[in-house]
Design a protein around this ligand. Structure first.
Ligand code: AQP
Length: 342
């Protein structure tokens, strides 16, 4: 069976973008793939994390996966730092990847911003660790949002260079799985920015643990425009690109509704053609509350019982190590390290 690896950083405030762009897809993929889902705490510390908050978020991300319907018995759910193979293979990849490749990564430029000289080395080398996450399991597919596409290309380049340098056919060339209408959920305050855990404005995102009142308030206050909603005709020809450029916030809310209800954008536009935002926002609120309400409640129940979540993570880590240790041993042989550690 084909194998999937995917991860979420425990950097706080899991939001609707993480749910629709990642976690919900995982629930669907677990039927067709051998799945490994990881709380990527090593990635999280590439930017400063308060240690207590990191511990809390690690459990919360695991709880979100379970609450959303990822079955920890059928799949592996664990946290990255519990399997040393990730960091070990990442070091090998630090020596395979080229500076020029990493210099081209747009996410580093965005995250480091003007303060590039002061960014951590870990933030720069982040894509090498991501390649190790995937290839330590010889995963064949990675479900990624549009924003991670470039990093996945780098994973393919690293696998190819490793295979070529050592004259082996060892690492697979992984394929992206990009799904659904809401692969990129945008901020509720600015349709040009993606919804993000680290956005300082809580009004910019709907958190997975938000209660109904908070969801309603955030959608009510979401930026829109005074015009009525367009019909499905806007999806034809160049009109779609024009609409996205002129009314990005409106398009974002329409896409959110489509994704939450599993309808196509065309069907959503047909349903709301000519409607005012006040009406549409009310319907969107009802749908968002119906989807997120039960998940948020279950997340809270699970995080109130950290012993249970830690038990799931410990069991997952053991199964993760069982897969990666033999693969890492082969890597050591290929690279030329002595096998004296057993
Ligand atoms: N806005 C989004 N729309 C769709 N998918 C999204 N993802 C994140 N934001 C959106 C997807 O969620 C998964 C986990 O992401 P991550 O936690 O590894 O980090 P990120 O992509 O950097 O997410 P954030 O929320 O923006 O976190 P911070 O603020 O900490 O950087 C990925 O599959 C991602 O595509």
């Amino acid at each position: 069976m084909n194998r999937i690896f995917s991860g979420v950083q425990p950097t706080g405030n899991l939001h609707l973008g993480n749910y629709l762009g990642a976690i919900r897809n995982w629930v669907r993929l677990q039927n067709d793939f051998d799945c490994i889902f990881c709380v990527v705490d090593l990635h999280a510390i590439t930017t400063w994390q308060d240690p207590a908050a990191l511990r809390h978020s690690t459990r919360e991300v695991a709880a979100a996966m379970i609450a959303a319907g990822v079955d920890p018995n059928r799949n592996i759910i664990f946290h990255q730092s519990a399997n040393p193979s990730h960091a070990e293979l990442a070091w090998v990849f630090n020596c395979v990847a080229r500076m020029g490749w990493l210099n081209r990564m747009t996410q580093f430029k965005e995250k480091a911003g003007k303060n590039r000289e002061n960014a951590s080395v870990g933030l720069f080398a982040y894509p090498n660790l991501m390649a190790a996450d995937i290839l330590a399991y010889k995963a064949t597919h990675v479900p990624v949002g549009e924003d991670q596409r470039q990093h996945l290309e780098l994973t393919r380049d690293i696998a190819q260079k490793f295979n070529h340098d050592f004259g082996v056919e060892f690492f697979p060339i992984v394929e992206p799985l990009i799904q659904g209408e809401a692969t990129r959920v945008m901020s509720l305050r600015d349709g040009s920015k993606k919804m993000s855990k680290s956005d300082p404005s809580d009004m910019s995102r709907i958190n997975m643990t938000d209660e109904a009142d908070a969801i309603a308030q955030k959608i009510r206050r979401a930026k829109t425009d005074p015009e009525a909603l367009p019909g499905p005709g806007v999806l034809e020809g160049e009109a779609k690109a024009e609409l996205e450029a002129a009314r990005p916030e409106a398009v974002n809310l329409l896409r959110l509704y489509s994704s939450l209800t599993d309808k196509s954008l065309a069907d959503t536009l047909a349903e709301f053609e000519g409607a005012q935002f006040s009406h549409f926002k009310q319907v969107l609120t009802d749908v968002a509350v119906a989807v997120l309400g039960p998940i948020g409640a279950e997340m809270k129940r699970l995080t109130d019982d950290p012993g249970h979540v830690d038990g799931v993570l410990a069991k997952g880590a053991e199964r993760a190590r069982e897969i990666t240790e033999p693969i890492l041993k082969e890597v050591w042989d290929i690279v030329g390290f002595l096998r004296t550690r057993g």
